[in-house]
Every structure is written in C-alpha cells, then in structure tokens.
Write a protein that binds this ligand. Structure first.
Ligand SMILES: Cc1cc2nc3c(=O)[nH]c(=O)nc-3n(C[C@H](O)[C@H](O)[C@H](O)COP(=O)(O)OP(=O)(O)OC[C@H]3O[C@@H](n4cnc5c(N)ncnc54)[C@H](O)[C@@H]3O)c2cc1C
Length: 414
C-alpha cells in the first residue's frame, strides 16, 4: 500500500460488545486488528438494560471481573396485565455496561489489537488486486485511510457497512428492518429480591414491555421498549407515576453529568438481515439484526456472532480467500446456533393479538416457575388453557406460549 495508508488484516467498526469481542478474538488468532469507535470514549451513552445471563457467560467463556458486575440476579419475573407473576429462574448479572465494554476493549488491546477512539467510518471502496483484495476505508480520524483485508461491522443499529456497500436486503421477515424505541431512568432505593421484573403491560408499552432491572446500592434501571416510538417517554413517565416507583427518586446514571436523566436507544426487532456477509465483510450484533425479537436482548448474540466472525476471518485470511463464498461459513455458523427467529416473531405477534384478559388467563395457566417446564408441562398448560377458553386456539395461543420458552437464556433470550 502507498504512503499514509494504515493496513491491517481486520478492521472492526464499533466498540460495543460485538466489536470489542470481534477485536479480542481476531487478535487472539494472531490477526493484525484495528478497532475503531466513533465516540471519544467507549460505552457511553449507555443504551442497554445491562443484563446478561450466567448461561451466556459460560457459553462465551467470559470470566467477568468484579468491577463490571453491578449485581448478581436470580432470573426474570414476568408480570402480566392483571398482576399475575411468573418466574423464570436463571442466574445472571446486571452489569455496569460501559465498564464491561471498556474491559473487553482493553482485553482486545492486551491481545494485540489497536484501539482508536474518535474514529468514524464514512466510506468503503473495494480494492481489486487481480481479484478482491479487501476494503479501502475512509472516515474521520487520523488513522484513515485504512486498508483492511476483512471488515467486521459491529456498528450497532446504525449498520454502517451494509449501507455503505449497498448490501442487499434487511430482514427477510420484515424487509423494512423494524426498530423499537427503548428508554429508561436510573431510580434509587428500589426494593428488590434479586429478580428482574418484566411487565407485559401493553397499556404503557405497545408490543413491548417495561422493566425494573436492579443494580447495586438500591439503584435500578426502570424502562420500556415500545413500538409507539413518539410516545416512549410519556408512556414511561406515566408507568412510573402510576406505580410504586412514583415515590422514589430518579438519579443521574454515574456516567452522565448533565442533560435529561432518561437514556436509551433503538433496537432492531425484525430478525437477522437477509445477508450477513459479503466480499471481505461480516456483520455482527445489532448491525446484523441479531437482537432477540421478544425481550430485545442483544449483547449475548453480539458477543457470540463476533466469535464466529473472527474465526471465519482467521481461516479465510490464512487461505488467502476473502470472497463472499468463503465468508459464507460465518452465516452458516450463526444460523446453526441462533434462536428460531421466525417462531419467536410469530409467537410475539400472537401474544400481542391477545387482549389483556386473555394474556392474564394464559399466565394463570403457567406454573409459578417457568424454567423447568418441559414438553409435557407445556402441553398441560395448553390443555388447561384451551379447556378454560377454547376460542383462544384460533388466536394462536400455542405459538404465543412457545415464544416465552424461546426467551430463555439457553436460547439467547437474556
Ligand atoms: C434501552 C435498551 C435496553 C437494552 N437492554 C438490554 C439488556 O438488558 N440486555 C441485552 O443483552 N441487550 C439489551 N439491549 C440491546 C443491546 O444493547 C444491544 O443488542 C447490544 O449493545 C448490541 O451490541 P453491538 O456491539 O452489536 O452494538 P452497540 O452496542 O450498539 O455498539 C455499536 C458501536 O458502534 C459505534 N459506531 C456506530 N457507527 C460507527 C461508525 N461509523 N464508525 C465507528 N463506530 C461506530 C457506536 O458508537 C457504538 O459504540 C438493550 C437496548 C436498548 C436500546
């Protein structure tokens, strides 16, 4: 390459959980790796409820350092419209997510990756060198231009690279690539027994849900995701003022000094993009649309897809074949492992087709502890429910119930 061009095997775009882990895994494989992040620091503004399950950590072989863990939690309690509560006990963690992301990026640096903050990717041009020879990447920041054999797009919901190279197709399930709005406050002195509370209360969260996610020292994230994006803040404020949270104080999160105490972002909810790889390019995490469509968790999927992308990059580079045909291995890997998006989306649609009373009736037929409901347990619930209200069969209650099953940690649900 000519003067002034930075070169690397792998350029990772975005230092969220997906990008940090893609850089870490690539560096560990001996690839020369550059990780760029648009913001001047990693992890802020936080746009996450900050929870991750123990199963996810085991699956990823993540040994979380104590300082990134805010609280150890027991699982999720789902609260239905009439107040019926059911638990899904699966141990896990609430993180200080910005510290977690900084830790992963620091691990990547220790493994040999270069990290450049304040670097924003703005364009990509194919390099032809008697065949596809990588990408010439341009943008804001003194390391540009960067020539990379392979680019891993971990730019989150912005999905920068697929737009820049005009990759075909978003989700096959919803070609428009639907997103929901997520917003939360940090609240102080919140009582907790160590469960996350998920409220399925469509009155406040249209086709979404609300949460209380407990953190250390009585702090908690109280927030919602909703398809009614323009009214997200008002709906959250109404929920807080109509519930026991109304007596509690809102606090600025520790990483924020001024402005509104509310924080959040958008979340892709229509499932993976039609194409998640291209010549010399792989999309991971939210940039590929991997977020779980029911409860919208995405950190585990971002971290895991990063492992697959790094492994594929290492193999492709060692074989000197950067073509999309070679990188299709990446798509095969995640497809073999990730949740059955179509089933979850169908279940979600059926769930939100129910009235509040029907949802609550369904909840009453679940056992108090949902984590050990096997196939026969689910069948029993179905029979009980249809016996009490046979018409629900036509409202596709069975797929709605099954969607809860797929929200479990082992299916990357939280
Ligand atoms: C309100 C809310 C609550 C959530 N709660 C949870 C939860 O509790 N648990 C969970 O698992 N998931 C949760 N999620 C989803 C989770 O936050 C995401 O799925 C996860 O962060 C995706 O990781 P990522 O690395 O793919 O993308 P991101 O974390 O979005 O990181 C993308 C990074 O790329 C950078 N970037 C973007 N464009 C460029 C560019 N052109 N050049 C350089 N850098 C760029 C961004 O600045 C950002 O740092 C929540 C989301 C929201 C909005």
């Amino acid at each position: 390459m000519g003067d002034g061009v930075t070169t690397c095997d792998v350029l990772v775009v975005g230092a969220g959980p997906g990008g940090g882990n893609a850089a870490l895994q690539s560096a560990r494989k001996g690839l020369s790796t550059i990780l760029i992040e648009d913001h001047a620091e990693i992890g802020t503004p936080v746009h996450c409820g900050e929870c991750i399950s123990e199963i996810a950590c085991q699956n990823l072989d993540l040994q979380l350092p104590e300082d990134v863990i805010s609280k150890r939690v027991h699982g999720i309690r789902v609260i239905f419209p009439d107040g019926t509560e059911k638990c899904l006990t699966e141990e896990g963690y609430v993180l200080e997510k910005h510290l977690f992301e900084r830790w992963i990026a620091e691990e990547a640096r220790s493994a040999g990756a270069e990290l450049h903050l304040g670097h924003k990717l703005q364009s990509m041009e194919r390099v032809e060198d008697g065949g596809f020879g990588g990408w010439m990447c341009l943008g804001k920041g003194d390391q540009f231009p960067i020539h990379a054999k392979i680019v891993i797009d971990a730019s989150g919901v912005a999905a920068v690279c697929s737009k820049l190279v005009k990759m075909e197709g978003e989700s096959p399930l919803n070609p428009k690539g639907k997103v929901v709005a997520g917003m939360q406050y940090e609240i102080s002195n919140v009582p907790t027994d160590g469960y996350l509370d998920f409220y399925i209360w469509p009155k406040y969260a249209e086709k979404g849900y609300l949460w209380m996610i407990p953190k250390c020292d009585g702090r908690a994230n109280v927030g919602l995701v909703t398809e009614d994006r323009p009214n997200a803040k008002k709906s959250l404020d109404d929920f807080i003022s109509h519930t026991h949270f109304s007596d509690l104080d809102q606090a600025m999160p520790p990483w924020k000094e001024k402005g509104s105490p509310a924080f959040g972002g958008t979340i892709p909810i229509s499932g993976p993009f039609l194409n998640t790889h291209y010549d010399g390019l792989m999309l991971v995490g939210d940039a590929a649309g991997f977020t779980s469509p029911l409860f919208e968790g995405g950190s585990h999927l971002a971290l895991k897809s990063a492992v697959y992308a790094a492994n594929t990059a290492a193999a492709a580079i060692s074989e000197g074949d950067l073509s999309k045909e070679r990188l299709s291995e990446y798509t095969d890997l995640w497809k073999a492992e990730f949740p059955p998006y179509e089933k979850i989306l169908r279940g979600k649609e059926a769930l939100f087709n129910l009235t509040d009373d029907e949802m609550s009736l369904m909840a009453k037929c679940f056992p108090d502890e949902m984590s050990n409901m096997g196939a026969s347990g689910k069948a029993m619930v179905g029979i009980r429910l249809l016996f009490r209200k046979p018409g629900l069969y036509f409202k596709r209650i069975v797929p709605a119930m099954l969607a809860f099953g797929y929200s479990r940690a082992k299916y990357y649900g939280w």
